[in-house]
Design a protein around this ligand. Structure first.
Ligand code: CA
Length: 355
């Protein structure tokens, strides 16, 4: 298990030793000499764990720990306090410092690495559990919504359309009726998406030609592509392997991605590119890039969440469906985006399963 560890320690000798020992266990180590440097370092990519010296020049380690616990961005990073004396150790234990563990100097490196390993695996386990619970909660919600909302919605929609059809063109209530119908359509779409999302996990997989699926899915947007003046670049590899996939679900996932990309392209440059390749480690890769308005870095990590909304994508379940579908194909999806420049979704699917 290799992780990124931030060491906050002012003594150069201890910094070096920690860096060396943790580095030998395969961890990437970042070093900060005081609280300010630590805060600077935490502005970038977050570490998986922090080793924090109790006695720091300026802001004390214990105050920094409290500050990190109070910040939603850093509150879940495990912290091990490094203490020099027994009284400090007692304070770590007795006070609400926010530290998860402590270790007394001089360190026994075996002990230190055991503590680090234990905290890291706890962190991974709790993240996985949280994800699983979230998924289960969503599945339950899908069931409830599809039962409790669908039926009344069918009658509301049905009768509203019937009333609207028989309404005179100059009926004063017509504008209100149109608002009702517009909202009925929104709700119907949401319920359908929820039901589809449930279907993402019930898959019938057979070896298929994904290039064919990519082309036919893009063809469904032919009118839209023309109307929006979008150029489409297909850079598809020759002789692609057949991949085990559920045609309907995977097609729907591609549809959602293309739909998002097209909607994101509101600026003068409108290019949608789809490229495929096979990697050395036997993955079939599909890369979908648009020159759209992009997604902010603060939002990108929540992009697959149900009903997530950004300026570009959502609100809805479109990307949640994509994520679930790729997962159910034992694949991975990653996204890179620059605001104002565009977004690239990369799907990696294992090839072997299809052979
Ligand atoms: Ca110190």
């Amino acid at each position: 298990m290799s992780a990124t560890i931030l060491v906050v320690e002012d003594e150069p000798g201890i910094q070096e030793l920690l860096k060396f020992n943790l580095g030998q266990q395969g961890h990437a180590v970042r070093v900060a000499g005081d609280a300010d440097e630590a805060m600077n370092s935490l502005r970038g990519e977050l570490p998986d764990l922090i080793l924090l010296d109790w006695m720091l020049p300026g802001v004390a380690g214990v105050d920094l720990a409290r500050r990190l616990r109070g910040d939603s961005r850093t509150k879940d990073i495990p912290i091990i306090m490094l203490t020099a004396r027994a009284e400090e150790r007692d304070k770590v234990l007795g006070l609400e410092t926010g530290a998860d563990d402590y270790i007394t100097k001089p360190f026994d490196y075996k002990e230190l690495s055991a503590r680090v390993r234990s905290l890291l695996s706890k962190k991974i386990a709790s993240a996985e559990l949280a994800k699983k619970e979230k998924t289960q909660a969503l599945d339950q919600m899908v069931d409830e919504v599809s039962h409790e909302v669908r039926n009344p919605l069918v009658s509301i929609g049905g009768f509203a359309r019937r009333v609207a059809k028989n309404m005179a063109v100059d009926d004063p209530n017509r504008p209100y009726m149109e608002i009702i119908l517009k909202n009925v359509v929104t709700l119907e779409r949401m319920v359908n998406e929820l039901i589809e999302l449930k279907g993402a996990s019930v898959a019938f997989q057979e070896p298929i030609d994904l290039h064919d699926l990519i082309r036919t899915t893009i063809d469904q947007f032919a009118e839209d592509i023309h109307a929006r003046n979008v150029t489409v670049h297909l850079e598809l590899m020759e002789n692609p392997p057949r991949i085990a996939a559920d045609r309907q679900n995977f097609g729907r996932a591609l549809f959602n991605l293309f739909e998002n990309s097209l909607e994101a392209m509101t600026g003068p440059e409108r290019k949608l590119a789809v490229a495929t390749e096979v990697t050395r480690d036997d993955f079939f890769v599909i890369r979908i890039s648009d020159s759209g308005c992009g997604i902010g870095q603060d939002k990108i990590k929540n992009i697959y969440d149900p009903f997530f909304t950004s300026k570009t994508y959502g609100p809805g379940l479109g990307l949640t469906f994509v994520f679930r579908t790729v997962q159910n194909h034992n694949g991975m999806i990653t996204v890179e985006s620059k605001e104002g420049q565009g977004t690239t979704f990369t799907i990696r699917l294992p090839i072997r399963a299809g052979r």
